[in-house]
Design a protein around this ligand. Structure first.
Ligand code: NAD
Ligand code: LMR
Length: 328
């Protein structure tokens, strides 16, 4: 039996936590031969609900679930952690943009970054889900300066999955037939789902969809606005699909990406594609089973470059809004 992997999840009593935790505990995320020790982190007002979540996890009697610790103490919650899933934060309400949450949520990621810096295992990997996830990830990373930049990720896989589903519905194929669909930029209403380099059954989307106006218009807009559409319908933000995308993000980083595909995750820029170094930006990435790296040489085309630039401008604006939370 392998030794347990320590997995910390913040906001563990929330909606996403409720969908995410049983799937981690079951072995689906880290492998069916890999025991996990869960550290569930909440703020004090969430601790009572978290106690109920812990009861339910215990009642599942998961064979791979080695231990569960519920805590509001960040040092305890991140002690020896190998994977930190930073979900805990306030979701937006109808009519808000995700960046409107920066004032409430941004500062959460200062303390969490510092606690990860003090406590995490040397092989720590972090996935930020809490919104606005790109800039929250930047805040946490900059407050944990000894942790290598390639350990930090923010989630845009949900947007990739949404875009694949939209193309599949339009063409009558299965979403698994859509590959190389990358989200560029911010997890926000400026994100760019790159339909020009995506493939359907191995051939360019343009060979399957001749309505370029739809691709440039409603397709992009619907992917950009899908989170808001779910809030309008449910009265709550996406949770099941968000938990699923978090799981796929971790699985993808922990596996070798096939050479003919790529996946979206926001990671610190290395200067590729003219993006400011260190900015947490979504790119097409491939993993070697430990580290996601930016796929080089993708030609966005003139239309895509303009769209991507709009999202980059927004990331820079968000960065300037939180300059007081970024140590020099
Ligand atoms: P929720 O309100 O149901 O749960 C959030 C939980 O976080 C609550 O239990 C709350 O007590 C806890 N929390 C708040 N501040 C905390 C802190 N400082 N430390 C630890 N826990 C804290 O919300 P949810 O639906 O689970 O969504 C969580 C976040 O994920 C939101 O910011 C939401 O916008 C974001 N989200 C991101 C994506 C994405 O694609 N990146 C998708 C869906 C949701
Ligand atoms: C989503 O994309 O569903 C989440 O980021 C939640 C939101 O606020 O839209």
């Amino acid at each position: 039996m392998k030794s347990p992997l320590v997995v910390s999840v913040t906001g563990a009593a929330g909606q996403i936590g409720y969908s995410l935790l049983p799937r981690i505990a079951s072995g689906q995320v880290f492998g069916y031969d890999q025991p996990v020790a869960l550290r569930l982190i909440e703020i004090e007002p969430g601790m009572k609900a978290l106690a109920g979540v812990v009861m339910e996890l215990n009642d599942c009697a998961f064979p791979l679930l080695e231990s569960i610790e519920a805590t509001s103490d960040l040092d305890h919650g991140f002690k020896g952690t190998n994977w930190a899933l930073l979900v805990g934060s306030v979701p937006r309400k109808a009519g808000m943009e995700r960046k409107d949450l920066l004032g409430i949520n941004g500062k959460i990621f200062v303390g969490q970054g510092q606690a990860i810096e003090r406590n995490a295992a040397p092989d720590i990997r972090v996935l930020v889900v809490g919104n606005p996830c790109n800039t929250n990830c930047l805040i946490a990373m900059r407050n944990a300066p000894s942790i290598p930049e390639n350990r930090w990720h923010a989630m845009t896989r949900l947007d990739e999955n949404r875009a694949k589903s939209a193309l599949a519905h339009r063409t009558g194929v299965h979403s698994r037939d859509v590959t190389r669909l990358a989200i560029w930029g911010n997890h926000s209403s400026t994100l760019y789902p790159d339909f020009e380099n995506a493939l359907i059954r191995g051939t360019p989307v343009s060979q399957h969809i001749h309505d370029r106006a739809w691709l440039e218009g409603d397709f992009i807009k619907d992917v950009q606005q899908r989170g808001a559409a779910i809030i309008a319908a449910r009265g709550l933000s996406s949770a099941k699909s968000a938990a699923h995308a978090a799981i796929e993000t971790v699985q993808t980083i922990r596996a070798v990406t096939p050479a003919d595909d790529w996946h979206s995750v926001a990671i610190p820029s290395d200067g590729s594609y003219g993006v400011e170094k260190g900015l947490i930006c979504s790119f097409p990435t491939r993993s070697d089973a430990t580290t996601a790296s930016i796929v080089q040489g993708v030609d966005l085309g003139e239309f895509g470059r303009v769209k991507f630039q709009l999202s980059l401008n927004e990331l820079l604006e968000e960065k300037s809004m939180v300059s007081d939370l970024l140590p020099k």
